[in-house]
Ligand binder design. Structure first.
Ligand code: CTP
Length: 483
């Protein structure tokens, strides 16, 4: 099949559904020109099926949607957004967005355009990228005809992101498009054309007029791509990273002393994120990878004996997580706690794999990681980015041992969801104590004894142990042994 015929075939298949016939008839009856545009059309050629369809009418998008919804009858669900001049029809799993063709002008300090009615070409011109500005006519007479005044199809073939209008204007008008550009480049594995790239560099500072929610939405799409590092490098090279995520930027660079350098923690982090992306679709595990070494710059020290050290970077890193999540408008709930936990614990399996693995150390790790132990192990394996094959092999095989040990100990001691058999209240009642340091100390002594394996994990043993500990401190039972 020739290229042209292939294209016609693809379009034919994408619009071969009764709903498009209905759209066609509705538009003709209203006397509107009507086109599918944006991501749906782009994705036809990239063979990425989608159910979100943007439709531009040269006329009123709202009237078009209302008339169509009536025709479609019961199965259709209409929502009108008067303020935006748009309307949505949901029908049989499809989401159809209708908008009138428009041209826009922008003010310097806002992403909100002043909108006026326009022609189809004006509408295409004000869109972000030529590949997103392809239109397919839905009117009966020209059904399936591709309208492509800015050579979007050629750009799709060349896999390049180019703006229909001068890039300077496109990005300055709506700086969110800079993030979209990096996101599309990452998701679709496209290049960014030189003019667009330069314009992002020039306008990077303007990202500040975009709400953090929108920015992070794009950032998370980059994180969820098959190879997130493509986007993270582009964010860096365009200067956007400096604006939105300076902590990550600070990981960059290598310092040498006495001929000893440390690894570049930015590129190391990127590699860990890519490694994790191969293993898991869990966005928050990817975030844990992104942040696992975030505190290294603050923790860097030179030691004449051992060279560069980063002591405590896992603890300080975990402490930084809430501040970063808050600023980036990420959720401050159990997802954040999960990331924090993994950042804090990410050194532990490595230590276990280097030392002789004691049961006690494994029990402690199980206790602290709980149900997230498997994710922690995945993160730790992803963290091995050494180029030395022998070193790598040694780590992996040690991790195998750690995993086995974790399994054995869990089967024996059930530590994963372990709850202390006695709590602070028990201790207060037993010895007539008020809440405070003493109670905390006794409680953690019981925890340590169980995790160390010096007493069994049951209530009776715990009571006996805490009583003898308390006696050493001069505390007597006041509950007549009721506990
Ligand atoms: N658009 C734009 N500028 C923006 C957002 C969107 O020009 N800041 C235009 C583009 O033509 C885009 C269309 O609106 O194709 C629809 O936007 P959206 O649904 O956000 O993105 P899609 O391109 O459909 O891609 P995806 O669904 O992957 O986000």
């Amino acid at each position: 099949m020739s290229k042209m015929n292939q294209m016609i075939d693809k379009i034919g298949k994408a619009f071969d559904s009764p709903v498009f016939t209905m759209i066609s008839e509705t538009a003709d009856s209203l006397g509107y020109e009507c086109y599918a545009v944006g991501g749906y059309v782009r994705d036809i050629f990239l063979c990425r099926p989608s159910c979100d369809i943007d439709v531009v009418v040269v006329g009123s998008g709202i009237r078009m949607a209302e008339t169509l919804a009536k025709r479609l009858g019961k199965g259709a669900c209409l929502s009108v957004f008067k303020n935006f001049g748009t309307a949505q029809v949901k029908y049989k799993g499809l989401e159809l967005e209708f908008v009138g063709a428009r041209r826009e002008s922008y003010q310097r300090d806002s992403r909100k355009p002043i909108v006026e009615d326009g022609t189809l070409e004006e509408d295409q011109y004000r869109r972000d990228f030529t590949v997103n500005a392809l239109a397919v006519c839905l009117n009966k007479e020209r059904f399936g005809v591709l309208v492509d005044p800015f050579d979007g199809l050629a750009d799709l073939e060349d896999r390049v992101l180019r703006t229909p209008a001068p890039s300077e204007v496109t990005f300055s008008d709506d700086p969110l498009r800079m993030m979209r550009c990096v996101r599309f480049a990452t998701q679709l594995n496209f290049n960014i054309d030189d003019e667009a790239f330069e314009a992002i560099k020039t306008n990077a500072k303007r990202i500040e007029i975009v709400s953090m929610e929108r920015i992070i939405d794009e950032f998370n799409k980059i994180m969820m791509a098959r190879t997130p590092s493509i986007g993270l490098v582009l964010l860096d090279e365009t200067g956007l990273l400096d604006e939105i995520f300076p902590e990550l930027k600070r990981l960059q660079g290598v310092e040498s002393r006495n001929g000893r350098g440390h690894k570049d923690n930015f590129y190391h982090t990127l590699q860990v994120v890519d490694n994790i992306a191969k293993e898991s679709d869990n966005l928050w595990l990817r975030w844990a990878a992104l942040l696992h070494d975030i505190a290294k710059p603050q923790c860097k020290r030179w030691d004449n004996m051992v060279g560069w050290t980063f002591h405590n970077h896992n603890f300080i890193g975990a402490k930084m997580v809430p501040g970063i999540f808050k600023r980036l408008k990420l959720p401050l709930n159990e997802k954040m706690k999960y990331v924090q936990k993994l950042v804090e614990l990410h050194m532990r399996p490595i230590v276990l794999s280097e030392d002789k693995v004691t049961d006690s150390a494994v029990r402690r790790l199980l206790f602290e990681a709980g149900d997230d132990i498997d994710d922690l192990m995945t993160l730790c394996e992803a963290d091995i980015t050494s180029r030395n094959a022998e070193r790598k092999r040694r780590f992996y095989s040690n991790f195998e041992l750690v995993r086995q040990k974790l399994k054995d100990i869990e089967a024996k001691d059930h530590i994963r969801n372990f709850k202390l058999p006695i709590d602070g209240n028990d201790i207060m009642q037993m010895f007539g104590l008020q809440q405070g340091r003493e109670v905390g100390e006794l409680r953690s002594a019981v925890k340590d004894a169980i995790l160390d394996g010096s007493i069994p994990n049951n209530r009776e043993a715990a009571l006996e142990y805490v009583t003898s500990l308390a006696a050493d401190k001069g505390l007597k039972r006041v509950d007549n042994g009721k506990q």
